[in-house]
Design a protein around this ligand. Structure first.
Ligand SMILES: Cc1cc2nc3c(=O)[nH]c(=O)nc-3n(C[C@H](O)[C@H](O)[C@H](O)COP(=O)(O)OP(=O)(O)OC[C@H]3O[C@@H](n4cnc5c(N)ncnc54)[C@H](O)[C@@H]3O)c2cc1C
Length: 378
């Protein structure tokens, strides 16, 4: 691709991965078409909670934490640029995240598990009194918390809208209501496989120099894609939104197997279940029971909050819980998917990676751990 000044790139999937990658590629001068079977942002990318939490999400060091930290570091400038290009405010708040300890033995366990981050200064221990001073709405019987001051949050539907509008403003074409039904390939005279583009459900074809598959939980269903179907499977998550009328909780809090995300207007999102039930969208009684029970234990006054909404969607899950980023089977076929529970966090770095791969530039991080064909991905 290096010799072409304006490569034509076809992206399958108009979620945050496809759209953020399209925007970055268009900014770098590529001609980009996104194929989306429903509406852009219709699936996980608008359903997400909005945790941008490299620290709370990764207690262990390794390539995944490095990737998350890199992406989080890109967030403030990325948010500024999409807000400017779109005129949409995305609710970015860099006010940290709390991992709550219900009792002293949990506190001791958290300190052990987080000792590396505590040593690095990326986490702090809060005792019972400091915690209730910081967050007076939390239950008084909590033993304390680990605080991750650099973690952030965002409002995913607003973020998606901003990235989508920015991509449109940069000339990205979105073909919506178009399902990709087959990857088209050829073999060169030298015996090398090349991707040609995509066959659509109306029988037409879309051809390109490079094809990127970023179809979230549906990625490995694309016929012709040389990846095992099991490399990415849907992991359902249910969320419920409560409204307290006025903001009470100041920051993101994890505890009792759930997380609470406050919004600026007094709403609080409670998430999330993790279920392997195929592609069945549903909010279930047991899902709500679990989420609401834990939420009320964390912030007792949530018992009086109005339930304003609930929904479910699918995280693109991989067995080692790391994304698939790179070419598969042929040099001009790229996969950017499998971001599981961290796709919102990982959007800016993924966009940079995809554009570097397409344009033959050096990716911002080493990619070997994320090779889509790695054995443990299947
Ligand atoms: C309940 C829940 C909470 C979450 N919370 C967080 C969070 O707080 N922080 C975080 O970082 N991440 C979170 N995530 C994860 C995050 O939402 C995902 O990792 C991310 O949105 C995946 O983006 P994507 O673009 O790969 O997938 P999607 O947003 O699912 O987009 C894929 C798109 O591809 C389209 N498509 C599929 N097949 C085809 C085809 N054949 N032809 C054309 N189009 C096709 C689909 O219609 C869809 O629009 C959460 C996920 C869930 C479900």
């Amino acid at each position: 691709m290096t010799k072409q000044s304006k490569p034509h790139v076809l992206i399958v999937g108009g979620g945050i991965m496809g759209t953020a990658s399209a925007l970055e590629l268009a900014r770098q001068g590529a001609v980009v078409t996104v194929l989306e079977k429903a509406l852009p942002g219709a699936e996980a990318s608008s359903a997400a909670a909005g945790i941008v939490g490299a620290e709370i999400e990764n207690e262990a060091e390794g390539p995944m934490r490095d990737l998350c930290r890199k992406s989080q570091a890109l967030y403030p400038a990325w948010v500024r640029s999409v807000e400017k290009a779109s005129g949409v405010q995305v609710g970015f708040a860099a006010d940290g995240a709390l991992e709550l300890a219900p009792n002293p033995s949990d506190m001791a366990r958290l300190k052990r598990r987080r000792q590396g981050q505590l040593r690095e200064g990326r986490a702090q221990v809060l005792g019972r009194r400091e915690l209730s001073k910081l967050e007076p709405s939390l239950a008084g019987d909590l033993a304390g918390a680990i605080y991750f001051p650099t973690d952030c949050r965002i409002v995913p539907p607003a973020l998606f809208r901003a990235v989508h509008l920015a991509a449109l403003a940069h000339g990205v074409e979105f073909r919506t209501g178009k399902s990709a039904v087959k990857l088209l390939t050829t073999t060169t005279k030298k015996g090398e496989s090349r991707a040609l583009g995509i066959e659509l459900d109306d029988g037409s074809t879309a051809l390109a120099d490079v094809t990127v598959v970023a179809a979230g939980s549906w990625t490995t269903l694309l016929p012709g894609l040389p990846l095992a179907r099991s490399a990415i499977v849907p992991a359902r998550g249910q969320l419920v939104e409560l409204d307290l009328g006025a903001p009470r909780l100041g920051r993101l809090a994890f505890g009792h197997g759930v997380y609470l995300i406050p919004r600026a207007d007094g709403r609080v999102l409670v998430g999330s279940t993790l279920e392997f039930v195929g592609y069945r969208k549903a909010v279930t009684a047991s899902g709500l029971h679990h989420l609401l029970g834990a939420a009320i234990r964390i912030v007792p006054e949530l018992a009086q909050a109005e339930v304003t909404s609930s929904w479910s969607n699918f995280r693109p899950y991989t067995q080692d819980e790391m994304p698939l980023l790179g070419s598969v089977g042929m040099p001009n076929l790229i996969v950017a998917s499998g971001h599981h529970r961290n796709g919102i966090l990982l959007a800016p770095v993924t966009a940079r990676i995809v554009s570097a791969l397409v344009l033959g530039k050096r990716p911002p991080v080493p990619l070997s751990a994320f090779d889509p064909e790695r054995r443990h991905a299947h």
